[in-house]
Ligand binder design. Structure first.
Ligand SMILES: Cc1ncc(COP(=O)(O)O)c(C=O)c1O
Length: 394
């Protein structure tokens, strides 16, 4: 389907930096947040946290890390970068690892089970935790989608031997991750500090995004002169023409799955840390819940699509709204072209096998992840819903 350019709207794909992130909290729902867990380390990204977390478990050569069949390549690349064996397990319709499959099919050399709270909906992992204990397997709890919340069993990040998360998915940080290792078998290596040049660049990059969405507020006093200077300096250096070719096939060695081990060993920038730790949490929680529930209501009972999880649990804060679409290939690119903040994990790591009862492969094709963050307005969200409905009708 061709995109109708008149639909175009500049909706931020991620939370936007600006002083509004630190406003006095008028909303005060309190939910567990990973940032409050004692012993966390802030890293340069979620994938860095996976890499450092795995390192701290001191795996022996040949030991295996199992990853869900539904995944982002950044969940797999750290495993390979460290030279470990990997494998995939199937997921049930509720996104939980299939315990039945694990009981009978998990390879005997499995040492780590990576479990993710997809979309930000906390899973009750107690039976998986018990399985791990019985099998002497360690659990890596991937909370990249779930910074906040709790399941019936525990707060997010409450059960993993290693817990990781990703800052830009919830806060106006341009990078950063969270790592918690409950009983490291090897000390977590100390992280390299960030050069002052990079610290300044990170501040300016954030201010530039903020200015684009008109969220500078009182930052204008310092940000506008700095951005002017940046533009003037940039004007003097010849601009490089970057030609990008549309990548149509997943390349495990390409940019999308890239992992730079040296980058994993550096600390996050100060501004990224600040954006995460000083953010007003009530606003983040209520806006995301409101967008999710509005999407669930508007997109229910429509031909050709259905909300994957129509009911948002009270104690959860979504990263995205997962929508099942019967014929996603017809609309996915068109949605992106008009600016709908949507992603899809359509590029699985090569070698995911067909496994009985697995929902992961179907999700990777059919499930659109619609962003629902705190810096989307209600108008942005309603526009997104209208575009989706109009595209699905035609
Ligand atoms: C479930 C999951 N885990 C880990 C990561 C890696 O996080 P980051 O992008 O911060 O490296 C991602 C990134 O999309 C993810 O979706």
């Amino acid at each position: 389907m061709n995109a109708d350019p008149s639909w175009r709207r500049d909706v931020p794909r991620h939370p936007v930096p600006g002083p509004h992130n630190e406003q006095v909290d008028t909303e005060s729902p309190t939910l567990p947040c990973l940032l409050d867990q004692p012993g966390i380390v802030l890293t340069s990204s979620g994938r860095a946290a996976i890499l450092l977390g795995l390192e701290s478990l001191a795996l022996e050569p040949g030991q295996r890390v199992l990853v869900p069949s539904y995944h982002c390549p950044t969940m797999v690349s750290p495993v390979l970068a460290l030279g470990h064996a990997h494998g995939f397990y199937p997921i049930d319709a509720d996104g939980r690892p299939s315990l039945e499959w694990l009981e009978t099919n998990a390879p005997t050399d499995t040492r780590v089970l990576c479990v993710a709270h997809f979309f930000g909906l906390p899973l009750d992992l107690s039976d998986l935790r018990a399985w791990c204990q019985r099998r002497n397997v360690l659990m890596l709890e991937d909370c990249a989608h779930a910074m906040f919340g709790q399941s019936a069993a525990a707060p997010v990040g409450g059960l993993g031997d290693v817990v990781i998360a990703s800052l830009p998915k919830f806060f106006a940080a341009q990078e950063g991750g969270v790592l918690l290792v409950r009983q490291p078998l090897r000390p977590i290596s100390s992280l390299h500090s960030v050069s002052w040049r990079r610290q300044i660049k990170a501040i300016l990059d954030g201010a530039e995004i903020s200015a684009r969405y008109d969220r500078l507020g009182h930052w204008k006093i310092w940000a506008e002169p700095m951005l002017k200077l940046k533009r003037a300096l940039r004007g003097k250096t010849p601009t490089q023409v970057v030609t990008t070719t549309q990548v149509t096939q997943f390349d495990p060695a390409g940019e999308y799955a890239r992992i730079d081990v040296q980058e994993c060993r550096r600390a996050p920038t100060r501004v990224a840390k600040r954006m995460a730790t000083s953010a007003t949490r009530g606003r983040v929680i209520t806006a995301r819940q409101r967008h999710y529930r509005a999407m669930a209501q508007a997109l229910a009972n429509r031909a050709g699509m259905h909300p994957l999880f129509p009911d948002l649990p009270e104690q959860s804060v979504p990263y995205v709204f997962p929508l099942w679409v019967d014929e996603p290939d017809k609309i996915y690119q068109a949605l992106r072209t008009v600016g709908v903040p949507v992603s899809r994990w359509d590029w699985l790591w090569p070698g995911v096998p067909e496994m009985d009862g697995d929902h992961g492969k179907a999700w990777s094709h059919h499930v659109l992840q619609l962003h629902c963050h705190q810096d989307m307005t209600d108008q942005d969200r309603n526009w997104l819903i209208d575009v989706l409905l109009s595209y699905c009708k035609s």
